[in-house]
Design a protein around this ligand. Structure first.
Ligand SMILES: [Zn+2]
Length: 271
């Protein structure tokens, strides 16, 4: 077909092919000569009557930023995502936002708009301690969910699980040895999920910066099964402030530290 050569076509067929109504065709004839359209595209220029004002959006962002966040317990190196207090939800935050608007004499945006800003402008999640798995278990669960599991990841994961079983068996054996050998003590150690302090339902507390408190516990497998808690908080990187130590471990006793959920290797000896 030569350019500028006119061809008569069936309008209905033309409309169905392009899936348009006769409106754009009539419009095209208005804008040009001889059926050739040359005019500016004026679509999407008009501000929708219900578009949120920028300052209202900024006010929502300001409100969301008022909540203190923390890094994940295990995944802090792999993700930029920050976590909000487990007691919060978007609905709860929205009700606090309504109070905040009232206190500042502002007309609030809708909850769906608040939710949209929360989900698109921030990388925030609510802290769910139980799902806070190690990065490999997380990757595996994610790959299974999205059906993108590779043989390599499956092998890694199986190996990971085999180590877990092996560690449990060794733990049982050491427990037995601990019962019979007075110079040997088997213990289990655990770094508990981060505890946020202060904690409460008072709305002001939601805006308070939380102190992340850690509890490293040691539990003796031998009767009377003494337990020791090292409660500490990290004030800055590499700066640990130990708030309380509950211990009466005999310093002469050799301890095999094993089966920690992440940290120490088996047979590492603490004195
Ligand atoms: Zn794991």
């Amino acid at each position: 077909m030569k350019a500028k050569q006119k061809h008569r076509v069936c309008q209905r067929f033309f409309e169905k092919t392009l899936n348009i109504s006769n409106g754009p065709i009539n419009k095209a004839f208005e804008g040009g000569q001889d059926g050739f359209f040359s005019a500016e595209d004026k679509r999407g220029r008009k501000t929708p009557y219900n578009k949120s004002k920028e300052e209202d959006v900024a006010f929502v962002k300001q409100h969301i930023e008022m909540f203190p966040t923390m890094e994940s317990h295990y995944c802090r190196k792999n993700t930029q995502r920050l976590y909000l207090d487990a007691k919060l939800s978007i609905r709860k935050m929205y009700s606090l936002y309504l109070e905040f608007c009232h206190d500042n004499s502002r007309v609030p945006l809708s909850q769906s708009m608040y939710r949209k800003i929360f989900c698109t402008a921030f990388n925030l999640s609510f802290f769910v301690p139980k799902k806070d798995r190690c990065s490999l278990c997380n990757r595996y669960a994610e790959a299974k969910k999205t059906e993108s599991l590779t043989d390599q990841l499956e092998a890694l994961y199986n190996n990971h699980m085999a180590r877990k079983t092996n560690a449990n068996l060794t733990k049982e054996a050491d427990k037995q040895r601990s019962e019979n050998d007075p110079t040997f003590l088997s213990i289990t150690v655990d770094l508990q999920s981060v505890l946020q302090v202060p904690s409460g339902d008072e709305s002001l507390l939601y805006y308070c910066r939380k102190l992340c408190v850690y509890n490293f516990s040691i539990y003796e497998s031998r009767f009377p099964n003494e337990a020791y808690c090292f409660i500490f908080c990290i004030i800055a990187e590499n700066c640990v402030y130990i708030t309380s130590v509950y211990t009466n471990l005999d310093s002469q006793m050799k301890l095999t530290v094993s089966y920690g959920r992440k940290s120490m290797a088996k047979e590492e000896v603490m004195r």
